[in-house]
Ligand binder design. Sequence first.
Ligand code: NAP
Length: 367
Amino acid sequence: MKKVGFIGWRGMVGSVLVERMLSENDFHSIESYFFSTSVGGEKAPAVKNAYEKVLSSLDLKQLSQMDILVSCQGGDYTLEMYPLLRSSGWKGYWIDAASTLRMKEHAMIVLDPVNSDKIEQGISQGVKDFVGGNCTVSLMLIALHGLFKENLVEWVSSMTYQAASGAGAKNMLELLNQMQSIGHLSAIHASLGALEIEKKANTLISSDQFPKEQFGHPLALNLLPWIDSEWPTGQSKEEWKAQVEANKILQTKTPVPIDGTCVRVSALRCHSQALTIKLTKSADLTTLEDLIREANPWVRLVANHKAQTLDQLTPAAVSGKLQIPIGRVRKMTLGDQYLNAFTCGDQLLWGAAEPLRCVLKQILNRS
Ligand code: NAP
């Protein structure tokens, strides 16, 4: 059995990955080793064939005993440890959720429903570094797979609504703390009128007492129209990723422009995106809907009606599910080649953990 090391399994992506692997019995066919920067020496998760103790994720010697390392620890960890491992002569497979290596020539961005054949080719050709794509990029590509396959996309503008858990466990917990302190305020001022409570709530979220160490700003009762660092183009780094990563995954000869504004909202889990798509040619709506619906096993077309949209196309409806609904599909008044759509997907499943799980299985099947 191959030795597989899991780094970052306590975080949002890592814990969803372990949950998925447990439910698919993936641990039965590997020897698992769990690594951590903070709980080394403690008891490892109770999964089949796991080494009983948590190892230190900074221990190069232990890490390099592994045939495969799966890191969900974050970009800083990859930046520090990956070069050390490779320069020590480690030749194993590196599977990563962080963006650090995505655009490197030696790394493939993995998204099973869209590029599993290319991943297969990559493994055959000796690629050793496989990285999950940015969550919104992966979810958008699965949702629009049918249109990309038929070369129907001239460009896409994506306006995102990204959940708090996309920023990690501590951020998601902070949002809940923020909500709790707002709940407390409204409980003690229950007798006040709506406008008076609104003023008190706004004062609270702007005050230094409000918990905002992780986000740096209130997210509850608010939204944050900037995710990740500033990029020289005026985009945020999150916005920059859309075009470069999508085109790398699709292996396009001429890049398809993809750009928009990425916004953090106070959903707990699941990223949503409002899409404007310029088509390369006119096509009737029924044909476009059929292409979207039939592209892969995970996309779900939601009829463009109010009841279905509000039932099926929200973070609350999608959370914890592998299906990726896309709806609000209609021609826009901008012209016949402009398509409107809205999609919502679980960024911790197909947006993060699931592509890693799939590539791990593909590598194991080949070894
Ligand atoms: P995260 O939740 O912040 O977890 C990262 C690490 O933080 C954990 O492995 C754990 O490491 C440590 N940690 C500290 N306090 C913790 C707590 N209270 N609960 C859990 N873990 C805690 O990070 P993440 O969101 O999973 O992201 C990991 C990587 O995946 C990042 O590079 C991110 O950009 C990428 N990614 C994330 C998402 C998403 O939706 N979150 C989607 C796609 C890609 P130790 O055990 O070493 O302490």
